[in-house]
Design a protein around this ligand. Sequence first.
Ligand code: ASP
Ligand code: MG
Length: 416
Amino acid sequence: MDIIVQKFGGSSVANPELITKAAKKAIKAKEDGYGVVVVVSAMGKTTDNLLELTSQISSSPPPREMDMLLATGEQVTISLYAIAVHASGHEAISFTGPQVNIVTDNRHGRAKIKSICKERIFEELQKGKIVVVAGFQGITENNDITTLGRGGSDTTAVALAVSLDAKECDIYTDVDGVYTADPRIVHNARKLKTISYDEMLELASVGAKVLHSRAVEFAKKFDMPLHVRSSFLDTTGTYVTKEEKSMEKVLVSGIACEKNEAKVSILEVPDRPGIAAALFQNLASKQIVVDMIIKNVSEGGRNDISFTVVDEDLEAALNIAKEFQGKYDAKNVIWDKSVAKISVVGVGMKSHSGVAAMMFQALANKGINIDMISTSEIKISCIIPLSDADKAVKSIHETFHLADNIEFMGDIEKNS
Ligand code: ASP
Ligand code: MG
């Protein structure tokens, strides 16, 4: 019996009607002959609401108790989902994470899965039942409940799919796939048929948050195909799969835009070994994730260091930057909250040159100034003014002909 794992996100199980609808997807797969394992998130905004409740009591709740609380959200959905399956005349059984021994480490709020006991799940599948498992939660070796971090149900689904050796893992969500750009910004954005794990990871890290990054990493490691699709429509979505030769023919697969970005610059910092290390160690010790970094050419033994962080970390980053300024006698600290990061992603970049030049030209054509640039093997990112963000995405989308269903190469050279 082939097994299929179906994961339903919060918006796909937000109310009883939607839960009933989602249950029909599992029943359909069951009738098609699959062993069906369903993973669900908490209903709608339940997790946010639980966090909000907590904040009315304490600003520093014990992490163990937070996990105890947050894990309740998914437990509501699994039982309602199983009840919905029964109501349609089929059999289902629900399990919490601990009940199927999803054992994690003990880092509350960001636990990692160590092992899963699949016997019980197999047993129930053999009996012809649809097995419904709570996403996002696990249990430590000491029997404490843990959660995997926001959006972690995706990771539960992929981990189960891998451990059960499923044929694929379907991620049902409120979008019908992964697009070349955000369709709310670019009206002719195109749904991708396939995208590689690495491209998906880069897109997730730069603002296209369809999937939990750790879920994609896991899927990549074990080569588990993910199918991102709509729970409201009956269409094929986007397959996230291992990289194939043909994928390299396309220069750019997608454009992402992260508007939640802020830039900090420390001016005229003494230029000597160990200075950058001191600054970034301080930021890291406060759990601030630094994204882009630029250190410019030294003049008179001093230079400027700029970096970007997410908006929420700006205040904490500024405190550290100012302390650093005082300690090392830098001239000034300036910042800008109104910046956005635009990124183009594509495995085709590995074997073609000129992609960056095309992207910069697309921005120049619209009079958009580039503030910072960073690149990886399959991604080019630029920091630009926030007010230009949508315009930039549209212009780049057009330049790379992403709306057309053809392999666009422009004047690009193939590197052999
Ligand atoms: N309910 C959790 C959250 O809202 C986990 C998930 O939905 O994936 O983050
Ligand atoms: Mg999600």
